[in-house]
Design a binder for this molecule. Structure first.
Ligand SMILES: Cc1ncc(COP(=O)(O)O)c(C=O)c1O
Length: 409
């Protein structure tokens, strides 16, 4: 059947069929059509934060399907209103308002439109290594030329990425001096600085606290907005609802945060959160979507956030990287050159970056029944369900040791 799909994704020859149930919650184990069981250490690329087939989440979705599953966005639905209230209470945006989308890229698009309208400016600063999605607006902010070249001018010289009314200035990540120089030259044109607080697709690179504080101060000084793409890092993965808080605390805040992935535990939903005075600029007809904020998706997301709270999942997510560092000390793997990340957003680098040794290790892991992704070819990325604790991490670590040995023998 898969041969009839466009060849946009790598063909792994695996057809996943179902989750292996785990008593009392979601599961980290899934089965394929041949009956082989895998640890899904990537959880649907960061989506299944509660694990697969979580009973309360299934109950919320099926209950909502029986009530109402579609509505025009000119009418609100109960799950939409309840989710908006929950999101605005949890995430570190003052006097927050939310726009619902279906995917991460769509949430990025909403952030772009708001930044352009609210400031009346046309330039967005984005960073090397960034990934913000694949729709043309979001792709303009995404760094990897492989993804952009056929669609968008790729000359990274000054403000060359013209897409629609937007120009993109691309700077090195975590380089505060470069950002200062950029504001000194182009300050009045800059609508926003957009970044992932922890670059995911780029290979799990957290922003330095000093860089985030400096970016906040520069944006405030020059009247630009500071936007955090928390699609991969957010919803509790780092032990706080936003990775921003894990990195710089709660005293300073961004202007915009956008989410997807874990928000629905795998049910497609995105959201862009902004201060009310900014959201005011997105009046009637300025943006819209048929499915964004679908009542079933909102019920799924509400159930996800409530279950994360009830199950203490943020605490277990926060502890994951410490378990892994402890394992690395107790059972060292010579090929592992660095462990990066925060909480349950973990990169395990194999060898030097330019050696790109991790792809073969990722393939060997799949053979052994562990699913990971390998950003940049140098780093194994773990985005486990938040409940995953020391035992599951040790099982995965032992598989990594064996996979390195077989891939490099
Ligand atoms: C940080 C970040 N932004 C945006 C996206 C795009 O999200 P989606 O694939 O749902 O469009 C991703 C997806 O990996 C992401 O990690």
């Amino acid at each position: 059947m898969s041969e009839l799909r466009w060849p946009t994704y790598p063909e792994r020859g695996v057809t996943l069929t179902r989750a292996i149930p785990r008593e009392g919650g979601g599961s980290a184990r899934i089965e394929d059509a041949e009956g082989k069981v895998y640890i899904d250490a990537i959880a649907g690329i960061g989506c299944a934060c509660l694990g697969h087939a979580h009973p309360g989440w299934i109950e919320a979705i099926s209950g909502q399907l029986r009530r109402i599953a579609a509505s025009a966005n000119s009418f609100a639905t109960e799950p939409q209103l309840a989710l908006a209230e929950k999101i605005c209470a949890l995430f570190p945006i003052d006097d927050a308002r939310v726009f619902f989308a279906n995917t991460g890229a769509e949430a990025t698009e909403a952030a772009i439109k708001l930044a352009l309208r609210a400031t009346g400016r046309d330039t967005i600063v984005a960073f090397e290594g960034a990934f913000h999605g694949r729709t043309l607006g979001a792709l303009s902010l995404t760094a990897n030329p492989k993804y952009r070249e056929p669609y968008i001018g790729c000359d990274d010289s000054e403000a060359a990425d013209r897409f629609a009314r937007m120009k993109v200035l691309r700077l090195p990540f975590n380089d505060l001096a470069a950002l200062e120089a950029c504001f000194a030259q182009q300050g009045p044109k800059i609508a926003a600085v957009f970044m992932e607080p922890i670059q995911g697709e780029g290979g799990i690179f957290p922003a330095d606290a000093e860089f985030l504080r400096g970016a906040r101060a520069l944006c405030t000084e020059h009247g630009a907005l500071l936007g955090m793409d928390e699609i991969q890092s957010g919803c509790g993965r780092t032990g706080d609802w936003a990775a921003w808080t894990s990195l710089v605390g709660d005293e300073i805040r961004p202007d915009l945060i956008w989410l997807a992935k874990a928000l629905g535990n795998g049910y497609p939903i995105g959201a862009c959160i902004a201060r009310a005075e900014l959201a005011e600029h997105m009046g009637r007809g300025t943006h819209g979507t048929t499915f964004g904020g679908n009542p079933v998706a909102c019920a799924a997301a509400l159930a996800t956030l409530e279950a994360l709270e009830r199950e203490g999942a943020l605490d277990s997510a926060r502890a994951q990287i410490e378990h892994l560092r402890e394992l690395a000390a107790r059972k060292p793997i010579a090929a592992v050159s660095e462990i990066r990340g925060v909480g349950a957003m973990i990169g395990i680098q194999i060898g030097a970056r330019e050696e790109a040794r991790a792809t073969a290790v990722g393939d060997a892991l799949m053979e052994r029944g562990v699913l990971v992704t390998v950003p940049g070819g140098h780093t194994l990325r773990l985005l486990l369900p938040f409940f995953a604790g020391a035992d599951l991490l040790e099982e995965i670590w032992d598989h990594i040791a064996a996979a390195v040995a077989s891939a490099e023998s």
